[in-house]
Design a protein around this ligand. Structure first.
Ligand code: ADP
Ligand code: MG
Length: 240
């Protein structure tokens, strides 16, 4: 479903990604971890073309992302992305947050968009909150609305970039539980997170990055049993 082949990227003179390769099959849950600044956000953003790359190739469902001929907005409409800071539209109600993309990008009728939006709002446990504005919700609730909004677009895969790291501790689990449910339902996911409990529950693969390189790409079992690299061992020892 997602193929990253020998990708390198520079910000000016600074090489942020060096020869990164990874594959995510349909239904896989790949967890990406590693120290701050190692290139995790940059890597995940290359998958939907939010960050261009200078070398290598990225394919999503067979479509080459880093190709001038590719319609990136059509591609992005098929890949859900959830960020650290929720990124709901603050001036729109929850209902309108849920429907805007469906109407504008997918051309759905308002009626259909509302029905689907409410379906996913129920799925994240927030049915009844549709008339509120983001500022009237807790961080955990906002993040769950952001997930519902992404799901309402019928994505073929979901990308998460540290979805719980801006949340108060007591709200982390309500978001992780939604993500675990998605994983168990077979959603293809790439998840940048330091929540190793989540990784242990649902990841197929764990990828560890350091200084722009993928230094480890292991099955969950192998990663937690014995990380190959010294950096990953140190990292795990600190956060688990
Ligand atoms: P991570 O998500 O693992 O913390 P990032 O992908 O955000 O890492 O960043 C990797 C490195 O690239 C960091 O050193 C960061 O400072 C740098 N970086 C990120 N975005 C930019 C940018 N737009 N311009 C220049 N440098 C950047
Ligand atoms: Mg990051």
């Amino acid at each position: 479903m997602i193929e990253i082949n020998n990708v390198s990227k520079w910000y000016g003179q600074f090489q942020v990604l060096t020869d990164c390769s990874a594959r995510v099959a349909k239904g896989d849950v790949m967890v990406i971890c590693g120290p701050s600044g190692s290139g995790k956000s940059t890597l995940i953003k290359t998958v939907n073309g939010l960050e261009p790359v200078q070398q290598g190739e990225i394919r999503v469902d067979g479509v080459k992302v880093n190709d001038k001929a590719t319609d990136l907005s059509a591609l992005r409409a098929r890949i859900g992305m959830v960020f650290q800071n929720f990124e709901l539209f603050p001036h729109l109600s929850v209902r309108d947050n849920l429907t805007l993309g469906q109407i504008k990008v997918l051309g759905r009728s308002r009626e259909e968009a509302v029905a689907r939006g409410l379906h996913y709002l129920e799925r994240v446990g927030l049915l009844g909150q549709q008339d509120k504005f983001p500022s009237q919700l807790s961080g955990g609730q906002q993040q769950r609305v952001a997930i519902a909004r992404a799901l309402a677009m019928d994505p073929i895969a979901m990308l998460f970039d540290e979805p719980t790291s801006a949340l108060d501790p007591e709200m982390i689990n309500e978001v992780l539980d939604v993500m675990v449910g998605l994983a168990q339902d077979g959603m293809t996911m790439m998840v940048v997170t330091h929540e190793m409990g989540f990784a242990r529950r649902v990841a197929n693969r764990v990828l560890f990055m350091d200084q722009g390189r993928i230094v480890e790409d292991s099955s969950k079992e192998a990663f937690f049993a014995a990380p190959r690299s010294e950096r990953a061992r140190e990292f795990l020892a600190r956060i688990v």
